[in-house]
Design a protein around this ligand. Structure first.
Ligand SMILES: [Zn+2]
Length: 193
């Protein structure tokens, strides 16, 4: 088996995670349909991706994920807990021992944004950490964020504010949406009330 123009590993991984734009996805799909060599390489990539998924299940990753990733995770039997506060709104949330993934759906108008940052803030709105230049689809109207399950399960009852901002070198920041998570701890252990 050989291939004159093999798909690169990053493309294969993005394909599996459904992160490719539609046109690129179609051409990769067509290539894989015809090419056993790259099909075998996709299976290798998938085993790497499954490693990432195992990490996600253990909950050590904070990351932006795709709708397709969630569908595959659900199909694989993972239990999702999802919250979808409106922009400017708040939601009561918690996490239980049975949950595998903790997901926030952050709806926002992303059109026209060149770079989008996701900021995690404390209950007073003071930024604690920032994921710069997150992946997003301009027309999707939503960013799906996976919180670290290890963090959430250990967190005390507290409030976290998440902000999506568009960032532009010339114009600075523009708020796309702010979302308040009033977290109630439901697991015993340190930090529990
Ligand atoms: Zn190929």
């Amino acid at each position: 088996m050989s291939c004159p123009s093999p798909l690169d590993a990053a493309t294969l991984a993005d394909y599996w995670l459904a992160l490719l734009p539609a046109a690129a996805e179609d051409s990769v799909e067509q290539h894989l349909f015809e090419c056993d060599h790259c099909g075998a390489r996709l299976r290798e990539a998938v085993s790497l991706v499954d490693g990432i998924r195992a990490l996600a299940r253990e909950g050590s990753l904070r990351m932006v994920v795709s709708q397709t990733f969630l569908e595959r995770a659900t199909a694989a039997g993972l239990r999702l807990r999802e919250y979808a506060p409106a922009p400017g709104g708040s939601v009561q949330c918690t996490v239980t021992a049975e949950d595998d993934l903790l997901i926030a759906r952050l709806s926002a108008d992303l059109q026209g944004a060149g770079r989008v940052d996701l900021c995690l803030c404390d209950g007073n709105g003071v930024e604690q950490r920032r994921s710069a230049d997150i992946p997003f689809r301009p027309n999707s109207g939503v960013v799906v964020y996976q919180e670290s399950m290890a963090f959430a399960k250990a967190a005390p009852t507290s409030t976290m504010i998440v902000r999506l901002v568009a960032f532009d070198e010339a114009e600075g920041e523009r708020l796309l949406g702010e979302y308040t998570f009033n977290h109630t701890r439901s697991l015993p252990g340190p930090g529990a009330w």
